[in-house]
Write a protein that binds this ligand. Structure first.
Ligand SMILES: *[C@@H]1O[C@H](CO)[C@@H](O)[C@H](O)[C@H]1NC(C)=O
Ligand SMILES: *[C@@H]1O[C@H](CO)[C@@H](O)[C@H](O)[C@H]1NC(C)=O
Ligand SMILES: *[C@@H]1O[C@H](CO)[C@@H](O)[C@H](O)[C@H]1NC(C)=O
Ligand SMILES: *[C@@H]1O[C@H](CO)[C@@H](O)[C@H](O)[C@H]1NC(C)=O
Length: 425
């Protein structure tokens, strides 16, 4: 039997769409807008003075705790790409006492909907993924962690799972009451220890922990363009603040080559031999630059739906001056910078050489110099090639192109221009 490649692709797309529709159908209740303007069912008392939409929460009986404190909760979203320093920024939020932080929950959406298509850049796939991603984010900001169960494999039983992706990266999930192995004051729990000692994650307890915190922060590298989130940003029930984290694409490339050794094998061959393999997957680079260009253009053009909700942060600026930049970020979020965060920054970024297994964020320890260490790792023709492909975004973000090997390797000349990106207030 002959089967054309078009038919195969169509079949694959159809099956994704069906899976997605099924998941939505089974779990679509939370998406109903709470339109009840009346307060009598809301149980929030007479002194309630919030705008009607935020009060509507009480009207949704099937979803009693959604948005109850919506007017006060800040829903923080760190939007980044892989190897751009997003774990570090995530930690700056995770360490805050009043923040419930989740590390990349959209991982589960991607692995469920696109088991084999994770490198696909097909627009139809992308739309399905993004629709599901927005729904999940909306639910998680409402502290509905059960919603994740549709995507976790194997499906959690009795609302417990040991398969939540990077559970240990989330402080609140490694502490009482979610995990009895650690008290609330244990701040430096190692991710691996948490996973070992805390055993099964009880999602009911996690949901309660989320509701007790003032704010919810989520980090993701799985939303390519900020425009994809417009529906969330315009949702009056949410109070989203986006931190768009960017990094020099040359640095991202270099870091990915070191980290994803199989996927970036051909780039390593290029680096080692000085010759670009004919079958190099260029989309690994062009997609980064194209998404950046379009996402950053949208953000910096200040559309009305981003007003008060957008800040662009360059990883290099954060690496150079972590404490000052973190203060700026917290100012933008409208939250006080608590001492835990400051302590964490001091413990993880000062440029001491003490060898310690604890310092996972080693790249930031030597701060500024390390943020540009890609210059010593990439060959000049790889850099030149990247610059050509990503010319526009380098300009937008204030990263200087180099014109010679000498310029590239001379670390006393910074390639990061002074450029301030003020939050869009
Ligand atoms: C709203 O937040 C405050 C402060 O965190 C908390 O004391 C209060 O119990 C919350 N209200 C509800 C209804 O959850
Ligand atoms: C779920 O809980 C019920 C009632 O406590 C129990 O009978 C059942 O064995 C549990 N299922 C699993 C898979 O643990
Ligand atoms: C999870 O925690 C809730 C709330 O404390 C509890 O009622 C439930 O029994 C726990 N589930 C399991 C499987 O232990
Ligand atoms: C590096 O650049 C600086 C500043 O332009 C210059 O003074 C220095 O000679 C350069 N070093 C080398 C080794 O080219």
């Amino acid at each position: 039997m002959q089967c054309s490649w078009k038919a195969v692709i169509l079949l694959a797309l159809a099956s994704i769409a069906i899976q997605y529709t099924a998941i939505r159908t089974l779990t679509s209740k939370p998406f109903q807008l709470c339109t009840l303007p009346s307060t009598q069912n809301c149980g929030l008392g007479d002194q309630e003075t919030d705008p009607p939409l935020e009060r509507g929460a009480g009207g949704c009986d099937d979803y009693p705790f959604f948005y109850v404190n919506a007017s006060r909760k800040t829903h923080i979203l760190v939007l980044a790409t892989t190897r751009s320093g997003s774990s570090f920024v995530g930690q700056l939020l995770n360490q805050h006492q009043e923040v419930f932080y989740l590390f990349e929950p959209l991982y589960h959406v991607q692995t469920t909907l696109m088991p084999r298509l994770s490198h696909s850049h097909n627009t139809a796939d992308r739309r399905v993924m993004l629709g599901a991603s927005r729904d999940l984010l909306r639910s998680l900001y409402g502290c509905d962690l059960y919603f994740l169960e549709s995507y976790i494999k194997p499906t959690p039983t009795n609302h417990t799972t040991d398969k939540l992706f990077r559970r240990g990266a989330s402080r609140a999930l490694c502490q009482q009451p979610v995990c009895d192995a650690y008290g609330p004051a244990d701040v430096n729990v190692e991710e691996g220890d948490c996973v070992k000692k805390c055993a099964l994650l009880n999602l009911t307890l996690a949901t309660e922990a989320c509701r007790e915190k003032q704010h919810v922060a989520i980090k993701t590298v799985r939303v390519p363009e900020i425009g994809d989130l417009r529906a969330l940003l315009e949702d009056p029930r949410l109070n989203i603040k986006v931190i768009q984290l960017v990094r020099d694409p040359r640095g991202i490339l270099s870091s990915r080559i070191e980290t994803f050794r199989d996927t970036y094998r051909l780039w390593r061959i290029w680096r080692a031999t000085g010759r670009k393999p004919y079958n190099l997957d260029l989309s690994q680079l062009t997609v980064v630059c194209e998404d950046y260009r379009s996402s950053v253009s949208t953000g910096l053009s200040h559309p009305y739906w981003l007003k008060g909700k957008y800040m662009l942060v360059r990883y290099e600026d954060l690496a150079k001056n972590p404490l000052a930049k973190t203060k700026e970020i917290y100012d933008y979020l409208g939250l006080p910078l608590d001492k835990n965060v400051e302590d964490w920054i001091l413990a993880n970024t000062h440029g001491s050489n003490e060898p310690s297994a604890k310092h996972k964020f080693g790249t930031l320890r030597d701060s500024a110099a390390n943020a540009e260490s890609w210059r010593l790792k990439l060959s000049y023709d790889m850099v030149e090639y990247t610059q050509t492909m990503c010319q526009k975004v380098l300009q937008q973000l204030g990263y200087k192109a180099v014109r010679s090997v000498e310029q590239l390797k001379n670390m006393s000349i910074s390639l990061v221009q002074d450029k301030s990106f003020v939050p869009f207030l």
